[in-house]
Design a protein around this ligand. Structure first.
Ligand SMILES: [Zn+2]
Ligand SMILES: [Zn+2]
Length: 172
């Protein structure tokens, strides 16, 4: 969805919609439920609203996909790129407000929504707090049960010797 800044009405606009959002470049798109309220003061635009989405994340321990509910409220102020006036800088001290830039009279709502969702996504997603991850040797999901790898850890220094012995016995 694109907002054309010069055509935002004096008394603002508000909209509720479903927007398909891909959180990362290779991720599948999920529908985000978005509510926005847009106000315009000259060329400055205030966008506030909320977004709800069930994001498909990959567990950082077991690498399984799982769905994670995201629920974000945001308030962002937009100014034209390269046109921050001194008068504007006073208002930027308001820490409640994030500042964004737009160019060509357009604001892409998808970009704003994606940014807000990414900011509130966990850095290291976990499918569950007691996920045990997978065994680095055999790849077994350790949440479902342990494997035998720890007991018979192979000493890598012995591998060449073992191969040498095998070759030797083949020649005989
Ligand atoms: Zn997991
Ligand atoms: Zn294992």
């Amino acid at each position: 969805m694109r907002l054309i800044v010069s055509s935002i009405p004096e008394n603002g606009l508000q909209q509720e919609m479903e927007l398909p959002i891909a959180l990362e470049d290779d991720a599948c798109t999920n529908n985000a439920h978005v509510f926005i309220k847009v106000l315009r003061f000259g060329r400055r635009v205030l966008v506030e609203g909320s977004v709800k989405m069930s994001a498909a994340l990959v567990c950082s321990r077991c690498l399984k996909k799982f769905s994670y509910p995201l629920n974000v409220s945001f308030k962002e102020e937009y100014v034209p790129a390269g046109e921050i006036s001194e008068e504007g800088e006073h208002e930027l001290t308001n820490k409640e407000l994030d500042l964004g830039f737009y160019s060509n009279d357009e604001i892409y709502v998808e970009d704003l929504i994606r940014e807000q969702l990414l900011l509130s996504s966990p850095m290291k997603p976990l499918c569950s707090s007691d996920c045990q991850g997978i065994c680095p040797i055999c790849g077994k999901d350790l949440t479902e049960g342990s494997c035998e790898c720890k007991e018979e850890e192979i000493d890598e220094r012995l591998i060449p010797l073992k191969k040498f012995k095998e070759q030797f016995s083949n020649k005989e």
